[in-house]
Write a protein that binds this ligand. Structure first.
Ligand code: PEP
Length: 257
C-alpha cells in the first residue's frame, strides 16, 4: 500500500543500557553525524532514569524521546511503577509496549498491552506496539497466526481515530539481538499482512495511515533494503541505536533514491 501516506519512523530502543551521564555526549555525537535534512521522524526510547537527560539533550536536534514501558494504572499505590502523567510531564512522546523482552521477563500479556496502549493514546503518548513470533513458531509456519492474534488483541476495543496513531513494530523474536535478520521479503510479507488485517478490522484509510516498523538486528548494512519495502515504514533499532554512527546511517537510509 502506498508509502506516500506515511512518514518513515526510526526509533532506537536502548533497552537497559547507558547511564544518565552518557546521554549528553551521545546526543551531541548523534547531532554531528546525523543527516541534517531528514525524511523521517526519529525517536530514542531510553530507560526511565535517562529520560530527563535525553529530553534536554534532544530539544534542539529534532529527535523525540520515548519510554520503554509505563504503568496501566493512573497513580497511587503501585510501588515501582511509572505513570503516564509522569511521562507526559517530562515531555515523553512515545512508549514501547509489549516488547518481547518484557513479555518474557515480566509476563506482560496481550491484555495488558492493550490496556496500556489505550491509556497511552488517551493521554496523547504514541504507543509503539511490538508483535513477533518465536523461533519455534517461525520454523513451524505459525508466524501469521501468532501475529494476527497479537495485533487483534493489542487493538481490541480501539476506535479507528486511535488506531491511525498507533505504531506497530513487527519484531521476530529470533531476530532480536541475534544478528539474524528477516529477509526484506519475509519482513515485507508480514508487514503487508498486518496492514491487510487492519484494513479488515477498520478500513483502507486507517490501514494506509498506520506505520509499521520492522525490528530485529536492523543495522547500517541491511536498513536500506528493508526500508525500501512498500509496507515497512521504519525500524525499531536495538543494538545499532547505541552507536551514533550506526543509528545515523539507518536514519540516512530512509532517504530512498
Ligand atoms: C529491539 O530491541 O527491539 C531490537 C530490534 O533489538 P536489535 O536491533 O538489537 O535486534
Amino acid at each position: 500500500m502506498q508509502k506516500k501516506y506515511r512518514k518513515p519512523f526510526i526509533a532506537g530502543n536502548w533497552k537497559m543500557n547507558m547511564k544518565p551521564s552518557e546521554v549528553k555526549p551521545f546526543m551531541a555525537k548523534l547531532a554531528e553525524v546525523m543527516p541534517r535534512k531528514r525524511e523521517c521522524e526519529v525517536a530514542i526510547c531510553v530507560p526511565y532514569p535517562l529520560l530527563p537527560a535525553a529530553i534536554a539533550a534532544t530539544k534542539k536536534i529534532g529527535v523525540r524521546v520515548g519510554a520503554q514501558n509505563m504503568s496501566q494504572f493512573e497513580r497511587g499505590a503501585h510501588t515501582g511503577e511509572v505513570s503516564l502523567e509522569m511521562l507526559l510531564d517530562l515531555g515523553v512522546k512515545y512508549v514501547i509496549l509489549g516488547h518481547s523482552e518484557r513479555r518474557a521477563d515480566n509476563g506482560e500479556t496481550d491484555y495488558l498491552v492493550n490496556a496500556k496502549a489505550k491509556a497511552a493514546l488517551a493521554s496523547g503518548i504514541c504507543p509503539i506496539i511490538c508483535v513477533g513470533e518465536s523461533e519455534e513458531e517461525h520454523t513451524r509456519g505459525l508466524t501469521m497466526e501468532r501475529i494476527a492474534y497479537q495485533v487483534k488483541a493489542a487493538l481490541w476495543g480501539m476506535e479507528a481515530s486511535e488506531v491511525r496513531k498507533v505504531v506497530i513494530a513487527y519484531e521476530p523474536i529470533w531476530a532480536i539481538g541475534t544478528g539474524k535478520t528477516a529477509t526484506a521479503e519475509q519482513a515485507q510479507e508480514v508487514c503487508s499482512r498486518i496492514r491487510k488485517m487492519i484494513r479488515g478490522l477498520y478500513d483502507g484509510r486507517i490501514a494506509r495511515a498506520v506505520r509499521i516498523q520492522y525490528g530485529g538486528s536492523m543495522n547500517e548494512k541491511n536498513a536500506k533494503e528493508l526500508l525500501s519495502m512498500p509496507d515497512i515504514d521504519g525500524g525499531l533499532i536495538g543494538g545499532a541505536s547505541l552507536k551514533p554512527e550506526s543509528f545515523a546511517a539507518i536514519i540516512a537510509a530512509t532517504a530512498q533514491d
